[in-house]
Design a protein around this ligand. Sequence first.
Ligand code: NAD
Length: 502
Amino acid sequence: MAILQEPIKEILRLQNYVDGEWVDTAGNIKDVVNPATGKVIATVPISTKDEIDEAVAAAKEAFPDWRRTPPVARARCLFRLKELLEENFEELSRIQTMEHGKTIDESRGETRRGIENVEVATGIPSLMMGQVLEDIAAGIDEYLIRQPLGVFGIITPFNFPFMISLWFAPYAIATGNCVVIKPSSEDPICQSKIAELTEEAGIPPGVWNVVNGGRTVVSGMLDHPDIKGVCFVGSTPVGRDVVYKRCGETGKRVISQAGAKNFAIVMPDADLEHTMAACMTSFYGNTGQRCLANSNLVVVGEGLTEREYEAFYSKVVDMFVAAASRIKLGYGLDEMIHMGPIRDKTKKERVLGYIEKGIAEGAKLRLDGRRYEITGDFPDTCFIGPTVFEDVRLDMAIGQEEIFGPVANMMKARTLDEAIEMIHSIPFGNAASIFTGSGKWAREFQYRVECGNIGINIGVAAPMAFFPFSGMKDSFFGTEHGQGQEAVRFFTESKVVIQRWF
Ligand code: NAD
């Protein structure tokens, strides 16, 4: 077993990054623990209301000059940032594994996806262009220009500690706004590293700020009159009842991307070998802690006799259990590992609670993640193995609530219609996948399913940076989404000018 070198060798003392300066908090500090080794790797500030106010004031002050900086010059800063992120690619990826627990390959994928957003935002001189129409009436022209608004707040979850701020921040600053980022206090290290690189990239003081902390910082953002809009990614109760609600009350723009419970539908004509490979990544990648993770697998018997359907269902479930049993657990810095630990002990307890509930509600436990082996000598606090339940129904808690761990539910539907009804019966609408060889079924699925991100023979339907990261129902609150052209629209005001010269 060869563990890659850890980039964090002694406990980091994280600070806030405000107005180009690294500052301590007057509030408390909290430990950041590597979930695989159980070691403290950093301390993070839990900032006060005054500290978020200071950051917003610095961002507001930086805004007029940054706004006047030509888009092409702002883009050059992003080109430099992209180069610096590439130079630090491996270190940033290993830090993600240390602070979150995901495997190094998953971290490298996350780093790549984050950098792609910086790449797209470098196109801002083209992306931000307006529109003109001559002669809307005799001798009168009309045009639309896109202008930045000021200061935006960005609040991110624990499950992608590097990438998620980059769904928003590069577009916000490329369009001439300033940002204050509040990372998850559970794994905030990468966001400090990115802030260091923004400084090196020549992004002026006050344009990119990081204020660490929890609810106080979030409330401070939501209530602040100088914050024009908020981007939030996290759970539905916070995204809907705290962020979206308060932004409505305080008149702010909002992108609020929230929780999920995603279905994979397997049709009788699916290529089962590829389907299983895609399902392993989707159900167990990131240890199931992904908003795009599939959680319910529905085996569909469309066109089959009862006997054929039973045989097909058993085959799919057996293949799934066999593939899941081969997943190796351990420290993500070991490149031979397939799955890391859950982010922390409390989250593990929550997942174990769902396994207990599933058993109590009568689902059949085919693979018990409470029994597992860890490759290497690591404390047994946050690990949990791949779990498979059979005979899961939608009235069970495991069938309809977001578990956010490596638990897969096997379900049945006689027809595609029935499977689509199952998807629609739960409140979430983040993602859904269909595995089939039939264009007709795939089109029907894409046309009818009320989910923002659809996979056709794809397990993790993750939109690339030049497409919006979508979501529907209780998985998304707002109008424009993060990434690409929609982010550019979110971060700009459309101003219309009508002119006539005498
Ligand atoms: P979370 O809602 O607990 O926390 C998200 C952020 O909000 C964090 O920065 C946290 O500090 C802050 N926060 C938490 N509770 C708060 C409160 N009561 N008031 C104010 N702020 C609060 O989410 P999490 O556990 O960090 O992340 C997992 C969740 O995020 C899952 O539900 C997952 O589906 C979702 N997620 C969604 C997407 C998407 O694009 N739809 C992407 C990634 C994660």
